[in-house]
Design a protein around this ligand. Structure first.
Ligand code: TGC
Ligand code: FAD
Length: 407
């Protein structure tokens, strides 16, 4: 039997793949999803990209942006009621993607406000807590933060020492939280504490408290000299005999399950968001390679450059399919936390590799803020660590497939 090689002329006439959406994933989205995606993309192009280099350089997140993000309906957008937009998980993921194509600091702001602070109140709060805080947080009139990590308990929050001592009709909070996004600009903090500290370490019940940041004894100290996520405020929260009424406790969250349920939401946003940073770096490297000449040729014509660009394009498309699949599972109520760990581990790891590789294509130009690549690569170092390090997500997945806990 003889075989005849098919030429391109024999192939069915289909459009050549788009280098910016190679697998045509756009076609898998609904009109509503594309509209939200395009709206956020335009916002990032007009309001974030022109100034992000300066904000990153000056280590600042402009507080006025909270209101703009609120006006767009992006804060707590996947939550229902109380001024929240009530979108699908996929739409929320697409917004995270576009925001992080601008800068991880913007996606972080939206993650912490919507998926951590607001979700904690929405899922576990009392009616009074919801009515007091959710509309203001959704509008961007108030800023929220989420205090879980402590100086001695990062990956292992179950060991936390922050305490909530019952005193008559009040609780009195003592302890220190650290690495808290938005801490220094927040109006309200969700503080996780051990509510019966006299029972000893690891016992007792972890509870969440809704703490207005102007409560006496509550103070913050910003963490300076960060070389990553510079367009984001990261702070210590110091709680020194902070007295709150018992009604400040989140009634629906008891044990470590409470804060971890919030992390599922924020981790999900990162599954998408990290690919925004990766896409921005791929596009920057592709554009640069098509114009930069060395040895009398465009560097895009060198095989090694092409290999790098192709590897980036493959991982972005694979990552997007993963994100979309997990998003559709989430919208059907079928996403397990381990699915989210799959996406967070894979997509952040690949996004960071893409940003670093993109930096090499830009040569020396790649190390400046004139191009986005080193900024994104530096940001993703934080993203790899927060919301569960890559090692912790590996162990979550290891446990899911072997049944053995190796923490
Ligand atoms: P473990 O015994 O496994 O679990 C304790 C209880 O929690 C339940 N659970 C979950 N519930 C909901 N969602 C999840 N993903 C859950 N994972 C576990 C579990 O069923 C159990 O429930 P119950 O009722 O039986 O008590 O707890 P462990 O102490 O062994 O820890 C497990 C581990 C290591 C996975 C967990 O501690 C962990 O995820 N560590 C990583 C910590 C982390 O991710 N911190 C993030 C801080 S916030 C942040 O980084 C914000 S950055 C924001 C930004 O700027 O974008
Ligand atoms: P550690 O837990 O000390 O880990 C150090 C190393 O040991 C890591 O490589 C880790 O993977 C590894 N390791 C730990 N345990 C194991 C194990 N069992 N097996 C194998 N390896 C292990 N937290 C909040 O609560 N709220 C926030 O808003 C917030 N925002 C943040 C913003 C930024 C910019 C950053 C950088 C962090 C933020 N965090 C926040 C904290 C973040 O969640 C923690 O940094 C993270 O959980 C890791 O904790 P750690 O830094 O103490 O590292």
């Amino acid at each position: 039997m003889t075989t005849t090689a098919r030429s391109h002329a024999d192939a069915p006439r289909v459009a050549a793949p788009n280098p910016h959406d190679f697998l045509g994933i756009d076609a898998l989205l609904s009109d509503d999803e594309r509209l939200i995606r395009d709206t956020v993309r335009a916002f990032v192009r007009e309001r974030v990209l022109p100034q992000i280099g300066e904000w990153f350089e000056h280590h600042t997140f402009p507080r006025t942006m909270a209101k703009e993000l609120g006006d767009l309906g992006l804060l707590g957008m996947h939550l229902q009621g109380y001024g929240c937009a009530g979108t699908s998980a996929v739409a929320y993921g697409l917004a995270c993607l576009e925001l992080e194509a601008g800068d991880s600091g913007f996606r972080s702001f939206v993650s912490v406000q919507g998926s951590l602070a607001m979700f904690a109140i929405s899922a576990h709060g009392s009616e009074e807590q919801k009515q007091t805080w959710l509309p203001r947080l959704a509008a961007g009139d108030a800023i929220g933060c989420f205090g879980l990590t402590e100086p001695d308990f990062g990956s292992d929050p179950g060991g936390m020492r922050t305490s909530a001592r019952r005193d008559g009709g009040d609780y009195v909070l003592n302890g220190t939280k650290t690495w808290i996004t938005n801490g220094g600009i927040a109006d309200v903090a969700i503080v996780w504490a051990r509510a019966d500290p006299d029972d000893g370490p690891r016992s007792g019940s972890i509870r969440g408290f809704v703490v207005p940041t102007d409560t006496r004894g509550f103070s913050t100290r910003n963490i300076e000299r960060k070389l990553s996520l510079r367009a984001s405020v990261t702070s210590e929260l110091i709680l020194d005999e902070v007295r709150v009424p018992a009604s400040a406790m989140l009634p629906g969250a008891e044990g470590l399950r409470g804060p971890l349920s919030c992390l599922n939401e924020a981790r999900y946003g990162i599954v998408w968001g990290s690919l925004g940073a990766a896409r921005a770096c791929y596009e920057s490297a592709l554009a640069y390679a098509r114009t930069r000449e060395q040895f009398g040729k465009r560097i895009a014509a060198f095989q090694i450059t092409q290999e790098k660009l192709v590897a980036m394009m493959l991982e972005i498309n694979k990552g997007l399919l993963t994100a979309l699949h997990i998003g559709r599972l989430k919208d059907r109520g079928e996403a397990h936390p381990a699915h989210v760990s799959f996406g967070k581990l894979n997509n952040v790891r690949e996004a960071l590799a893409i940003c670093r590789e993109a930096r090499t294509i830009l040569g020396a130009s790649g190390i400046t803020l004139d191009y986005p690549v080193i900024r994104h690569a530096n940001n993703l170092e934080s993203v790899l660590t927060y919301e569960g390090t890559s090692e912790i997500h590996t162990l979550i997945l290891g446990q899911a497939i072997t049944g053995e806990s190796a923490f």
